[in-house]
Design a protein around this ligand. Sequence first.
Ligand SMILES: Cc1cc2nc3c(=O)[nH]c(=O)nc-3n(C[C@H](O)[C@H](O)[C@H](O)COP(=O)(O)O)c2cc1C
Length: 317
Amino acid sequence: MEEQLAAGGNRTGSGHGWRHGTVVAGVAWKNPVGTASGTFNLDACKDFYDVSQMGAISTKGVSPIPWEGNPTPRTAECPAGMINSVGLQNPGVDAYLTDELPRLKALGATVVTNVAGHSDDDYAEVVEKLADSPADMLEINVSCPNVSHGGMSVGSDPQALNRLILRLRGLSDKPMVVKLTPNVTDIVAVARAAVDGGADALSLINTLVGMRIDIKTGRPILAQKTGGVSGPCVFPIALGFVWRVRQALPQIPIIGIGGIDSGAKALEFLYAGANAVEVGAAALVDPVAPLRVARELDDLLDERPGLAGKLMKGQTW
Ligand SMILES: Cc1cc2nc3c(=O)[nH]c(=O)nc-3n(C[C@H](O)[C@H](O)[C@H](O)COP(=O)(O)O)c2cc1C
């Protein structure tokens, strides 16, 4: 056992003495690696590893009422990745507050509650209900189709996004991360709009729109026809987005997401300007991937004291 701990803890993660933490919008993470929303399920993961050992756990998007999600098929494979149209299936904010959130907190996790909405009022209702909850941070997913904006995601319109974040800002003092959609022509314009509205941090990227077609039928594989692409194929795109936002907004905390499946890829995001990262699709292939990435990154940061020191101070600029 001692050897195991010296080598970096046991398989479940308990006993790992993290050497390199980070701070995101004033919230301390044990290490710079979190799980990405929609790819972590507490019941599926808790027996594989100690969830308190992650930098943070970003939950599945929470909406005002339970949502069943989209019809099946809603996942498809693609070269070096996957496409999903799960559609924000979740039990609703009331069930989240009485079940998943208390269980996560009882296990000692740092919790980033991901917020979903199909209208501005939806977001406002969830954020209000979470204001006095034990969630450590809120992550507002602005990629959802939004009826207040003619079915377009609010995250693709800087003015609408700015209005929404200003409104949410008034409803909660919790550190608020705005999770940006990459399906825009100018990521810097939406990033700026979120920050001007009061975002404490940004996370990026959400999935990119894509599709697959079954050549036997000539029809789309997904029932929704298109879905969101994620996994290793989006890594260089996501990295480019993070770098562009960091160049334009030198001092906003950034959580980098997209195709991370190793400590080395997480490190690239930190060099691009991210203060932390989240691991998504890789956890659907191997549930322990987020913890493995965190350990690999911890080792890589040993040799980079300058970067590690900046992370600890909540600065990568
Ligand atoms: C099955 C699935 C469900 C997802 N659900 C959500 C969600 O509810 N809210 C959200 O903000 N992002 C959601 N995402 C996006 C991921 O959190 C992440 O931003 C994206 O997949 C890119 O990271 P990756 O390449 O590491 O997967 C989902 C992704 C997948 C694959």
